[in-house]
Every structure is written in structure tokens, then in C-alpha cells.
Design a protein around this ligand. Structure first.
Ligand code: UDX
Length: 435
């Protein structure tokens, strides 16, 4: 089966490459010529561990190719994925579907045989049906079906999440398209991966429901951390105890400065927006959005308080600025709020992040340092913002020697209170008090 993947971002490139490693012939299409030329040489435009090797091997075996020629790709494919971005609109909670409909229009004009069009992008409920009507109107002769196939890939572990998913979700309206999708995911269903077939709307909503629920878990444990600090409990133990209940599960119960990334923020807002459009509300999700926004400012205050109530004219070292480890993605990262807030309070920021190239284009007046120790040299305090492995075994004696004052604010609880305090640091962490 030949597959066209329209969009070579975090989702499209990973999905297309993984499908090609199943043996399908995959043509990845993008309108960014420079990106395509780079990909043809094996240059990967995103930071995703293992993707370079997978692209290279499938390119070499001729199963994977890259082009800007969407029409030519569609004309030779049975399946066409639309994996273009659906960001939030400027100053709005609504998802922007411009890229999606532009791609759908180009595909509609190119269809010349039965084609299954797969909406891989995260889209508000009802979009697949709108796309179907739009394609029919654009090309009344087109013989096609539209299916929904939301992704559940985490950046930094996207290949693993594709190859060993908890489930594959497919919204399909016809037996014909269902069979094509069944064939596409046969390599996974043969490994006992559940492939759940449902309606278009259910598939679309299941993606938002999953992400919003995970975001809710994160905000819940972060608020329990605040309470733990007040009442002397240990939120790490609470998280463990809760996670041992199989009905709760241990994932997304790790405290931090709030969730970021390209999905949780966008998807919670989009869900809230279209719930209201459908005349109902998801007030729980509204509360999560507010709680997460407030948390980032709250963390800046925590840093200032740990520095004696002021960071004016102080040097603050920040370790980790991306939205999570193992990615270069800075979208909606907590650092985008916390660093400017500390700068507004008079701090000068020295930062280190193992994948800071994207962040360095975004932040102003930040001094970037190649390693944690250089960032901490002469610092009045160090903030561990993101739990990169590179920060998990810092030499406290060396840090104490090179820092101006031994103050550490650990927003991801990567260390134990005892080990840091016994190294002579004033140590602030999340939800553990002095336990
Ligand atoms: C998420 C969903 O997990 C994935 O299924 C979906 O397809 C895309 O969105 P992603 O945004 O890449 O994936 O990363 P994820 O690992 O889920 O983390 C999202 C944010 O939550 C990050 O900022 C992370 O630091 C934070 N987080 C995650 C926590 O604060 N605590 C946790 O326990 C887990």
C-alpha cells in the first residue's frame, strides 16, 4: 500500500517514518522546500531521539521519500494522511484549521482513484465531516472516504509511542475505509495492540478527552503539592500511593512548574471552546487551564521567596528551558513565563539546556551557558526547571564552591531534601516541606 503523509512536523514525520518501517511505501509531503531538501539528505528538522536513524534506514531502503509535489504523491497513493498543524488562533482558544483545509483542497483536486483521507491532526469534533463535505464540493467526482486517526505521541518518546501504543483509534464511516485502515495497522494489531474502530466524532473527541484528562491529573497533583507544603505532607509519596491504585495509574502525577508543549495547552483550550459552541461546558477543563496558567507565575514567586524575597541584581541559573526533557520544543514551556517574571523582578538569567537552540531564538537578555556548572558560576541561586538527565547527578560540592550562595530551587523534585541540604544548600522543592 502506498501512503502520502501531508505535513512533516513532530507528528507527520514520525508517523510517516514509522509506517515506512512497517514496509509501506510512504511519501512525506511538505510545502517547505528547504525542509524537504534537508530531509532528503537525512537532515531531521526536529529533535526526536532515534528519528534520524529510522529516517536514514528507510530512506536507504527506498520505502520513504520526501517531496513538495503533493499532487504527484496523492495520485499514486491509496491513503493520504493530513498531519498539518492545528494551532490555537491568535488570542483565542479556538483551533486554527487553515492549514488543514488548504491541504484538503489540494488533495481534493489531486484525487484520481479511490483514496482514504486520514485526519491525523488533532481537530475539533465535526471537522472530519466538514472536510468530507469540503472535498466533495471541491471535487464532486472524487471517490474517497475520510477517516479520523488521532495520534497519542509524546515528544521525546514518539517512536516508542507509535511502535507500542496503548491503542490505535480509528473513526471510519464505511466498511471499505475500515478495511484499508485495518490493513494499515495490521503490523500493530498482530502484536495484540487494540485497534478501536468508532465514529468520526467519537474518534475526534477521544483525543481531546485523553489529553485534557492527563492535563487534569498534572494540575491535580500540583495543587496537592501546594496543600502538602502547608500541611507537612510529602506529595511524592501521595503521588506514589495514588498511582498504585490501578484505577488512577501512576502517569501524569509528577509535580512541576505546570504543563507546557504543543498539545495540552492547545487541546484543553480547544475542548473548552467547542464545548461552549455545542452549548455545554467542561468547567473542570476551564479550571485546569486557569490553574496551570497561575502555576507558572506561582513558581516564579517561589524562586523569589527562596532568594530571600528579592532577586533584584541577582544572578539566577536556570537549568532546563524546554517544555520537557528530550525535546527542543519550547512551545508553552513554563520557562516562557518564569524567566521573564524573574527578569522583571531584576534578576539576570544564566541558562543551560541540552537542546536550547530553539529556545535561544526566543528568549532575550538570557546568557546561555554550555553546561550546568558554567550557568551556576557566581549564581545567587540555581533553579532546576526541567528534569533533563544531565541535571540528575550534579556535583554539589563543586556547585557550592562556584556559586555565590548555595540556594537550589528544584521544581521537578529530582533530588531528595536530605542529600541537598546535607551538602550545605538551602533547598526548596515542591510539596515535600522538609520531609
Ligand atoms: C502529550 C500527550 O502525552 C500525548 O499523548 C499527545 O499525543 C500529545 O501531547 P507531550 O505534550 O509531547 O504529549 O508530552 P507529555 O510527556 O505528555 O508532557 C506534557 C507536559 O506535561 C510537559 O510539560 C510535562 O513536563 C508535563 N508533565 C507530564 C508533568 O508536569 N507531569 C507529569 O507527570 C507528566
Amino acid at each position: 500500500m502506498k501512503v502520502t503523509m501531508v505535513g512533516t512536523g513532530y507528528v507527520g514525520l514520525v508517523t510517516g517514518t514509522c509506517l515506512s518501517s512497517f514496509g509501506f511505501e510512504v511519501i512525506c509531503v511538505d510545502n517547505n522546500k528547504a525542509k524537504i531538501e534537508g530531509l532528503e539528505k537525512g537532515i531531521i528538522p526536529i529533535y526526536e531521539p532515534g528519528l534520524d536513524t529510522l529516517v536514514d534506514s528507510n530512506l536507504k531502503q527506498g520505502r520513504l521519500s520526501f517531496t513538495t509535489d503533493l499532487i504527484g504523491a496523492v495520485k499514486q497513493s491509496e491513503v493520504v494522511f493530513l498531519a498539518v498543524g492545528t494551532p490555537s488562533k491568535q488570542n483565542s482558544e479556538e483551533a486554527d484549521l487553515t492549514f488543514l483545509f488548504n491541504a484538503a483542497e489540494e488533495v481534493a483536486k489531486a484525487i484520481n482513484h479511490y483514496t482514504v483521507i486520514v485526519i491525523k491532526s488533532t481537530v475539533p469534533v465535526g471537522t472530519c465531516r466538514r472536510i468530507k463535505d469540503f472535498i466533495k464540493k471541491t471535487n464532486p467526482q472524487a471517490d474517497f472516504d475520510v477517516t479520523s486517526n488521532p495520534e497519542f505521541l509524546r515528544e521525546g518518546s514518539a517512536i516508542e509511542d507509535f511502535m507500542r501504543p496503548d491503542r490505535v483509534v480509528v473513526g471510519a464511516e464505511s466498511e471499505r475505509s475500515r478495511q484499508v485502515m485495518d490493513g494499515l495497522y495490521k503490523p500493530l494489531s498482530l502484536l495484540e495492540t487494540p485497534v478501536v474502530f468508532t465514529t468520526l466524532e467519537t474518534s475526534e473527541l477521544s483525543k481531546y478527552a485523553s489529553n485534557a484528562f492527563l492535563a487534569t491529573k498534572i494540575c491535580f497533583i500540583n495543587q496537592l503539592a501546594d496543600l502538602s507544603e502547608k500541611c507537612g505532607a510529602n506529595v511524592q509519596h501521595i503521588s506514589k500511593i495514588m498511582g498504585l491504585d490501578h484505577r488512577i495509574g501512576k502517569e501524569c502525577l509528577h509535580v512541576g512548574p505546570g504543563y507546557g508543549g504543543s498539545c495540552f495547552p492547545k487541546d484543553t483550550m480547544a475542548l473548552s471552546f467547542f464545548a461552549k459552541k455545542f452549548g455545554t461546558s467542561v468547567s473542570i477543563v476551564d479550571a485546569v487551564i486557569t490553574a496551570n496558567k497561575d502555576r507558572k507565575l506561582q513558581m516564579a514567586k517561589k524562586v523569589i521567596s527562596a532568594c530571600g524575597g528579592s532577586v533584584k541584581n541577582k544572578k539566577i541559573a536556570i537549568l532546563g528551558v524546554t517544555f520537557k526533557p528530550e525535546t527542543d520544543d519550547i512551545r508553552d514551556a513554563p520557562s516562557l513565563v518564569i524567566i521573564p517574571e524573574l527578569q522583571r523582578a531584576g534578576a539576570s538569567i544564566h541558562a543551560n539546556d541540552p537542546a536550547s537552540h530553539e529556545a535561544e531564538k526566543v528568549f532575550s537578555n538570557v546568557t546561555w551557558r554550555p553546561c550546568p556548572y558554567e550557568a551556576c558560576a557566581g549564581a545567587d541561586a540555581v533553579v532546576i526547571m526541567i528534569e533533563w538527565n544531565q541535571f540528575r547527578s550534579l556535583d554539589f560540592a563543586k556547585l557550592k564552591q562556584i556559586m555565590k550562595t548555595p540556594i537550589m530551587i528544584d521544581l521537578k523534585n529530582i533530588y531528595s531534601v536530605h542529600e541537598v541540604e546535607s551538602a550545605g544548600f538551602f533547598y526548596e522543592s515542591i510539596g515535600r516541606g522538609k520531609v
